[in-house]
Design a protein around this ligand. Structure first.
Ligand code: AMP
Ligand code: MG
Length: 340
């Protein structure tokens, strides 16, 4: 059991920690897309065909949403800022949702930070620290509200010089879509993990909930806690997922759109539990940027979202609604736990 947990954690951020469950009808596949390991586990299906369908959709979305694939629809927009470009309804809708997330989070979630993400070297792994002057110049293009939409012909226009990146929302969106496709194919039980995002399909074959460990950002083999979920996604953002170090200082991949620098709020890990993968993904990124106080205000105003947030001073903030489905990790005391 312990070995299974350790193995599980070392492979992916979140997974079913009771992975010892043996079942002849279990099929798993691992593939790489969006620069991430995707693990799919399905129970009680003739695996082959369903996996082919899911693979088809993963490829399709990657080819539409990727910033690095030159022929993607996002590249089309990024290379032709200033003019309207026709995109598929899926891309149109996802950009639209990303802009709603900007509005809902007071600009903490902003897909137009892409030029800044590039300036720090996160797209090429050739890391550098941009000057304040460079960041100031790039910040002039980061305002998702300036993206224009023409629903009549499904076209989108970026402000001249603007570039966007769906990296903070696409995985959650795709997890929800894969969930729908699997359900359509009759899958009743399974788990899809895309990087920090885990999407549960139904419950375990024996009817019990999936147990998803939320990785501790500072201790790879420890949990903040364990969630019990069915038919929902648990989506985590944290600076530990991608970063570089210079002169003893750590620079991570989540940018505060108000400064252009890696965000430095009191939140060190944010998980959103929801059926709405796209919004959950955008919100977990946003909570990381907003800090705990604003995140708690947001959750109070939008009780349809549930969250687990770890702060720098070791507080674990957990939505009241998760009271019966969250178990605190061993590294914490009950006095660290606050229901919000
Ligand atoms: P996530 O792992 O979902 O938190 O998303 C992080 C990724 O989203 C980064 O690797 C960037 O590509 C992009 N990103 C960084 N900062 C932001 C931000 N403030 N709003 C939206 N996307 C961001
Ligand atoms: Mg996100």
């Amino acid at each position: 059991m312990l070995l299974s947990i350790v193995l599980c954690l070392s492979l992916i951020t979140g997974c079913d920690i009771d992975n010892v469950f043996q079942d002849d009808n279990k099929e798993t596949r691992k593939l790489i897309a969006f620069d991430t390991v995707i693990d799919i586990t399905l129970y009680d299906v003739e695996g082959g065909e369903v996996f082919d369908v899911l693979k088809y959709w993963i490829d399709r979305y990657e080819n539409k949403f990727s910033t690095t694939i030159e022929t993607s629809e996002i590249s089309l927009l990024n290379n032709n800022s200033g003019t309207f470009q026709e995109v598929s309804p899926e891309t149109f809708n996802l950009i639209n949702r990303a802009v709603s997330a900007y509005d809902m989070t007071g600009g903490a979630f902003d897909i137009a930070v892409y030029p800044i993400v590039k300036a720090w070297g996160f797209t090429t792994d050739e890391y550098r620290i941009p000057s304040e002057e460079e960041l100031r110049r790039l910040l002039m293009f980061t305002d998702s509200r300036k993206i224009q939409f023409k629903p009549e012909d499904s076209s989108v226009r970026l402000l001249t010089g603007m570039q966007i990146d769906l990296g903070g929302i696409a995985k959650g969106y795709i997890a929800s879509k894969l969930y729908e496709k699997a359900k359509e194919k009759g899958v009743k039980s399974g788990l899809i993990s895309l990087g920090g995002n885990v999407q549960a399909i139904g419950s375990k074959p024996d009817g019990s909930s999936w147990h998803i460990g939320i990785q501790h950002p500072d201790y790879e083999n420890d949990y903040i806690g364990v969630l019990s979920i069915n038919d929902e996604a648990a989506i985590t953002s944290g600076g530990y997922q991608r970063f570089f170090e210079r002169d003893g200082k750590r620079y991570h991949h989540i940018i505060d759109p108000s400064t252009g620098a890696p965000s430095d709020s009191d939140v060190i890990s944010a998980t959103v539990i929801t059926k709405d993968g796209a919004m959950g993904d955008a919100l977990s990124t946003a909570f990381y940027v907003m800090g705990s106080e604003k995140a708690m205000e947001f959750l109070e105003d939008n009780p349809q979202f549930k969250a687990v947030i770890l702060t720098k001073d070791n507080k674990v903030l957990v939505s009241e609604k998760l009271k019966d489905s969250f178990e605190l990790g061993e590294r914490f005391f009950l006095s660290d736990l606050y229901y919000i």
